[in-house]
Ligand binder design. Structure first.
Ligand code: AMP
Ligand code: GLY
Length: 429
């Protein structure tokens, strides 16, 4: 195979981990990252355009003779970047990793995803769907449910659209806010009301090509800001892989009951889907259920999954684009990996940006990786530029040893207001 010119869209830790991996491939002739961050600079050329500006993405692809596009975040997928490429004669032949706008509803619409699971008998919480047209029925239904009650705004809501209500008064109030007051905008005026499932969550990732799939290692992320999983939800404060409770029997159930029927369902329904499927799963007494699908890789899960992947990732992408994934055998590093995310003081609430980051050049251990998220360069200094600033991934014999090493390595880094959790992987110690 001949090396190709690649464009990666996104600017988070997920994209730095992907860029780092892509840049090691002998099949990568040149890598562009749009817009990227101060970390992706060392893997390729950053181009300062928004990934939601499809016209700018188009001209970059034509100017730089791009042959392969990898879409990191969900937003451009849900907005239809795949369809934009397919409807443009000059872009049509560029391989794009990411589903069509229709198929991206697996993430973009909770009701769409639930109906898909229902059609294909994929285990998930029981649910009903409500909007203005059956609002009164919804109120009666809520009253009949045991607590806690799970309310989900249908559309993308920047990770805030799921509310777990501990009593009926709160559930009624939130239900009214979502449907009558458009709390989460137009797309959130449809609400999925769901049974609460109790268990431990984990994430699985498959790369699918419409015929076949390859499975990446599983991971678990830590969403709460505080140690011991307390406080507000964040984009993710750390992740580990593998997940110790995901033993052979559990993984066999995941494969047979969830992954295979999902991939088969995508194919049967003729979804245009060459890209990642993220399975947000929950283990309820040894049985896996789907909490959600996403149409991309997770962040910070990618920062542990990708370092464990031993294959050439560009070879995987090219095989997916030619529907040849069945020829690929995935090889996984048997060591455990853990990542710890450093965030700006105040996150996930208000925080300031623009603080110098110290220590980036001191930390040069083998097998310890710094992946940047919210960073940017001001002349010669790298400064903070977001809530999640950077993440450190380490390997170890166990996830808790790997996590301890990542926390220890964090001591080398500093910026005003730096905060990170020191207990990632705590339940597996
Ligand atoms: P989502 O945006 O769908 O990932 O939901 C956010 C979080 O809400 C999930 O990661 C779970 O922790 C929680 N959650 C969602 N649905 C349920 C459910 N049916 N039962 C229990 N927890 C849930
Ligand atoms: N870490 C969860 C996500 O990427 O949605």
């Amino acid at each position: 195979m001949k090396p190709v010119r690649i464009l990666l869209l996104g600017s988070g830790g997920r994209e730095h981990a992907l860029a780092w991996k892509i840049s090691q491939s002998s099949l990568c002739e040149k890598l562009f990252i749009a817009p990227g961050n101060a970390g992706t600079e060392s893997c390729g050329e950053n181009v300062n355009i928004s990934y939601n500006d499809f016209l700018a993405v188009q001209s970059l692809c034509l100017r730089e003779h791009i042959e392969l596009v990898i879409v990191g975040p969900e937003e451009p997928l849900v907005n239809g970047i795949y369809d934009y490429f397919k409807s443009d004669a000059a872009l049509r032949n560029i391989a794009l990793i990411g589903p069509s706008k229709y198929a991206a509803q697996m993430e973009g619409s909770k009701a769409f995803a639930k109906a898909f699971m229902h059609r294909h008998n994929i285990p998930t919480a029981s649910y009903r769907e409500f909007d203005l047209s059956n609002y009164e029925e919804g109120v009666a239904y809520l009253q009949s449910l045991p607590i806690p009650i799970v309310l989900k705004a249908d559309g993308l809501a920047a990770g805030k659209g799921v509310i777990i209500c501990q009593n009926h008064v709160e559930a009624m109030a939130e239900f009214e806010l979502m449907i009558q007051q458009s709390k989460f905008g137009e797309a959130g005026k449809k609400v999925v009301v769901e049974e609460f499932l109790k268990g431990i969550e984990l994430s699985m990732f498959a790369l699918v090509d419409g015929r076949s799939f390859v499975l990446l290692p599983e991971a678990k992320d830590y969403k709460r800001i505080g140690e011991g999983d307390t406080g507000l939800n964040t984009g993710g404060m750390g992740a580990v892989s593998p997940v110790p409770f995901a033993d052979g029997l559990f993984m066999q159930k995941v494969r047979e009951r969830i992954i295979e029927p999902t991939v088969k369902g995508l194919q049967q329904e003729k979804f245009e889907y060459i890209g990642f499927v993220f399975f947000g799963l929950i283990n309820v007494n040894g049985d896996p259920y789907v909490i959600e699908y996403n149409c991309r890789l997770g962040d910070p899960e990618t920062e542990v999954v990708i370092p464990r992947l031993q294959n050439d990732i560009v070879e995987l992408f090219l095989a997916a684009s030619k529907q040849h994934l069945s020829d690929i055998k995935v090889r996984i590093d048997p060591r455990a990996a853990a990542t710890v995310v450093a965030v700006s003081g105040g996150y996930p609430g208000n925080y300031e940006k623009g603080f110098d980051i110290d220590g980036l050049d001191i930390l040069q251990e083998d097998d310890v990786f710094i992946f940047h998220a919210g960073t940017t360069r001001h002349n010669d200094v790298i400064v903070t530029n977001g809530g999640r600033v950077l993440t450190i991934t380490s390997f170890g014999d166990t996830v808790s040893k790997a996590a301890r090493r990542s926390s220890e390595m964090m001591e080398f880094l500093d910026f005003h207001g730096i905060y990170y959790r020191r207990d990632i992987g705590y339940e597996f110690a």
